[in-house]
Design a protein around this ligand. Sequence first.
Ligand code: ADP
Length: 201
Amino acid sequence: MGFILGVTGGIGSGKSAATQWFESQGITVVDADIVAREVVELGQPALNAIQKAFGDWVISNDGSLNRRALREHIFQFPEARHTLEQITHPAIRQSIVKQLQQAQSPYVILVSPLLFETNQHELVQHTLLIDADEQTQLDRASQRDGQSEEQIRKIIAAQMSRSEKQKRANDIILNDGLLEHLHAQLKPLHLEYLQKAEHCF
Ligand code: ADP
């Protein structure tokens, strides 16, 4: 595998806005959130394993994962999260690695809100944090998802703190202005990454 860049940031920080720009420059983006949903789709081995571990109640009438029931179960029995993750994490990692290997672009991006929280950072050579203050995160995420500020605050609280992520990231972009400002900050980094990618081979 060539040069792999990990992109992370809290909810609403602008990870997708950033990776959309990288895609417009021809860079392949593997999205850990999308992979996490794919591995529990109908017919996937991880879905069968979840059904075996928890029981038939985790499956909806249409055969898909009943996310709401599972969420409520984990809320009641927090240790169930561990059981679930023991099934899903290896499947997610395997699929991410496969997609990273198949990528054809000069370098490739793995975008994940939990890059540092999970072992996913081991898969990348360099990290970029898309950073924003909490109020900006709240405003953007509530507008995008229609979730209440309280729900988004809970998600932020469950993620690694902003300062810890700032300490760990190799590069940081503060996404506190217009999209044009974000893109203008991404451009010189993209040129740097292209250089790094050339030296990878
Ligand atoms: P994340 O993927 O980190 O959760 P998104 O990239 O989806 O965040 O951004 C959250 C919302 O805010 C989206 O609707 C996005 O279009 C918007 N957004 C992100 N960055 C900016 C910006 N600089 N200016 C205006 N809107 C933005």
